[in-house]
Design a protein around this ligand. Structure first.
Ligand code: SAM
Length: 293
């Protein structure tokens, strides 16, 4: 028995499912879903839609972020007895900002075979049509939802990513405008970005341009809806020394030294340079001090 042909070998099958368009599923994925003993799903109702579409009657069992650990123990017992367990999430590839890894890691630790059945993932679909560099990219999933923590996370990324890296993020529609504001504060308003919205669905679209342009376009629409992936050309620009990735503390010290400004005046100047409020810079300065940067 092998994982590629003939009867399905025992083990865990991480099966990618469509991210909108139900045609985006491979022949192999359908065969695995049909021949597995069970399918562990994030939401059984959601997966039923896919299974019904392809006439697959394999028993399903729920396994989501809240019961994944317990469920994995049960499934592992079955796997030790030679079961074939397919794992799917509501959309895309299991384990990519989604459940699946608890079982996969536990299985690997017990020498149970783990197979990837590749297919759709919003991450790669968005990236390849973004128009940004694909040579080197960094996927950071969802950023923290709180403003201060999100900004800190972006700054840490700005300070740690190699040059010419495209940063790929998942973001919720109700937070995208705030996140773009943070992106602008970190990399500057002219930084190039792309937002992929509703990939593979009826209202699929790409918004490409500078962060300022994309934000203006979204604001003009009033409401922003749909699932989305945000991609950022996260490379320092020529004037970044003065605005994006550099620390507030360092830049203030520079301004104080080179132009003889007081801290208050340097803060005013830097706020103008970066196009952000003085109070925002002040908070950032406190965060940097707390991090010892
Ligand atoms: N495991 C999935 C994958 O491989 O893409 C991702 C699951 S994560 C919980 C859901 C997020 O993925 C959404 O909030 C959105 O950021 C992104 N996403 C999923 N489907 C999408 C689509 N059709 N268009 C744009 N983004 C999508």
């Amino acid at each position: 028995m092998s994982a590629t042909e003939g009867p399905l070998a025992p083990g865990v099958y991480l099966v990618a499912t469509p991210i909108g368009n139900l045609e985006d599923i491979t022949l192999r994925a359908l065969r695995v879903l049909r021949d597995a003993d069970r399918i562990a799903c994030e939401d059984t109702r959601q997966t039923r839609k896919l299974l019904d579409r392809y006439g697959i009657a394999t028993p399903v069992i729920s396994s989501h972020e809240h019961n994944e650990a317990e469920r994995s123990r049960e499934l592992l017992d079955e796997l030790r007895g030679g079961a074939r367990i397919a794992v799917v999430t509501d959309a895309g590839t299991p384990g990519i900002s989604d459940p699946g890894m608890v079982l996969a890691k536990a299985a690997i630790a017990e020498n149970v075979a783990v197979y990837a059945i590749p297919g759709a993932s919003a991450l790669l679909a968005a990236l390849v049509a973004s128009g940004l560099d694909t040579e080197r990219f960094f996927f950071a999933g969802f950023l923290p939802p709180r403003k201060g923590e999100r900004k800190t996370a972006l700054e840490e990324l700005a300070g740690s990513l190699p040059r010419a890296t495209t940063l790929v993020l998942y973001e919720a529609p109700h937070r995208i405008l705030d996140t773009l504001e943070d992106v602008s504060a970190v990399w500057g308003a002219e930084c190039r970005i792309a937002v992929a919205r509703e990939l593979t669905k009826v209202h699929e679209e790409f918004l490409r341009g500078t962060v300022r342009e994309v934000r203006e376009e979204m604001e003009a629409r009033g409401t922003v809806r749909g699932e989305m992936v945000l991609m950022i050309e996260a490379q320092p620009t020529a004037d970044d020394a003065g605005r994006g990735a550099g620390s507030v503390r360092e830049r203030l010290a520079e301004l104080e030294k080179s132009e003889g400004l007081t801290e208050k005046d340097a803060l005013k100047r830097l706020a103008r340079e970066r196009g952000v409020a003085k109070s925002e810079l002040w908070r950032e300065l406190q965060r940097e001090k707390a991090r010892g940067r």
